[in-house]
Design a protein around this ligand. Structure first.
Ligand SMILES: COc1cc(/C=C/C(=O)SCCNC(=O)CCNC(=O)[C@H](O)C(C)(C)COP(=O)(O)OP(=O)(O)OC[C@H]2O[C@@H](n3cnc4c(N)ncnc43)[C@H](O)[C@@H]2OP(=O)(O)O)ccc1O
Ligand SMILES: O=C(O)CCC(=O)C(=O)O
Ligand SMILES: [Fe+2]
Length: 365
């Protein structure tokens, strides 16, 4: 479907672009489909934030995010690999994770179906048109706070109940997203059990379960073809504010994480068919008193292919107070983080532009 704004001349002014992309709900997908030859200047990132994709596809086995086979998930070696990866990398990929491949394929298809809808239809899910904050169609990350915009559109769905999801989530994708969320729950519980054991938390009782995975947010990310991918980013440097994130990416590539022996390099996370990428978020870094690392990551824009990704952010509940767990401090370890209300932490994250690992300063003692 053609974007609603067709006059290229009206697009040259900054307010024309903002109106077209943000207010009219065309997103960067609308811009991309107009066949722009040059990136609008609002999207030009400062030199230090741009991503060189020269190393794309080059594999260096010593410098890659671990790929862990979960077939024998109750083998202690699997737990060891997962906990070590969470400590060293904060990121790992899982194969044979138990979430049916068909469910993953269906949610990818549903993501394309949603973004293929006309702008007017997608805009019904924007904060201006909905009376709920639990569904949000948007673009970039925090356009009101950003000096340079990011080349990404998204639909964000906060899960409250089956009934609310049925009533509010867009029909183009709701069943597939709900199924993806439900079928991932066993995996999420297994991962949290392994990670908690290493922190001397013997059992995840109801209270702990609420604290670790009491709320879920699923984002459908769409990164359309970009005229000058070398000048911008799909997503800027950030760490997630979740407990952990389960990320489904397609076969295009473009996700980079901070790591390697110098801890400063940007390491590409290559797409692996049927896999899920897992990353530790700030909430778990705080609860583990820094043992598990919420690592900075970012996404490159692509000059020739449309990319999608579907993260499930597994979080504490907004009303939870988060702090280092008593089990972690039981041996006399000093707390590095103070107690914070989780919704305050998340609001702090959303109020600013992406700024690497800065969000966690909010909780530092
Ligand atoms: C979008 O690009 C992204 C996103 C990410 C996300 C990474 C994560 O780790 S998401 C996991 C976050 N955790 C949770 O959502 C669970 C806990 N939830 C809450 O505490 C609340 O739902 C809340 C998020 C704090 C919102 O509560 P509410 O009472 O509705 O607060 P408001 O004052 O209305 O909103 C505050 C402010 O936040 C922004 N915002 C809210 N929701 C979103 C959203 N889904 N996406 C983007 N921004 C959001 C927004 O600025 C709100 O102000 P408005 O005036 O615009 O309403 C990683 C990387 C990315 O590129
Ligand atoms: O698209 C990706 O691969 C990652 C997106 C991401 O980091 C996020 O949505 O938080
Ligand atoms: Fe992220």
């Amino acid at each position: 479907m053609a974007p609603t704004m067709t006059s290229p001349s009206g697009m040259t002014s900054p307010s024309g672009i903002t109106n077209f992309v943000i207010n009219k709900g065309n997103g960067v997908k609308g811009l991309s489909e107009m066949g722009l030859k040059r990136l609008p200047k609002q999207y030009i990132q400062p030199l230090e934030e741009r991503i060189s994709t020269a190393s794309f596809g080059i594999k260096n086995s010593e410098e890659s995010v671990p790929i862990i086979d979960m077939s024998n998930w109750d083998d202690p070696k699997v737990a060891e690999a997962i906990c070590s990866a969470a400590e060293k990398w904060g990121f790992f990929q899982l194969v044979n994770h138990g979430v049916p491949i068909e469910v993953l394929e269906n949610v990818k298809e549903a993501t394309h179906r949603f973004f293929e809808l006309p702008a007017e239809e997608k805009s019904k899910n924007s904060k201006e048109h909905l009376c709920s904050n639990n569904v949000r169609f948007g673009t970039s990350f925090s356009p009101q706070a950003e000096k340079a915009l990011e080349w990404k559109d998204y639909l964000s769905l906060f899960y409250v109940s089956e009934d609310e999801a049925s009533a509010l989530w867009p029909p183009a994708c709701k069943d597939e997203v709900l199924e993806y969320m439900k079928k991932s729950e066993i995996l999420i519980k297994r991962l949290l059990e392994m990670l908690m054991k290493r922190l001397n938390v013997k059992e995840i009782d109801q209270e702990k379960e609420g604290l670790l995975m009491g709320s879920m947010r699923i984002n459908l990310n769409y990164y359309p073809i970009c005229p000058n991918p070398e000048l911008t980013v799909g997503v800027g440097r950030h760490s997630d504010v979740s407990t952990l994130t389960v990320l489904l990416q397609d076969q295009i590539g473009g996700l980079y994480v901070r790591g390697g022996t110098d801890k400063k390099s940007w390491i590409h996370v290559p797409p692996v068919k049927g896999s899920l990428v897992i990353n530790i978020g700030d909430a778990l870094q705080i609860m583990s008193n820094g043992r598990y690392k919420s690592i900075e990551h970012r996404v490159a824009a692509n000059g020739s292919k449309n990319r999608i990704s579907v993260p499930i952010f597994v979080n504490p509940r907004p009303s939870d107070l988060i702090s280092p767990l008593p089990e972690v401090l039981a041996n006399g370890e000093k707390a590095v983080y103070k107690q914070v209300l989780y919704s305050d932490y998340v609001k702090h994250f959303f109020r600013k532009a992406h700024d690497g690992k800065s969000t966690i300063e909010f909780a530092k003692i």
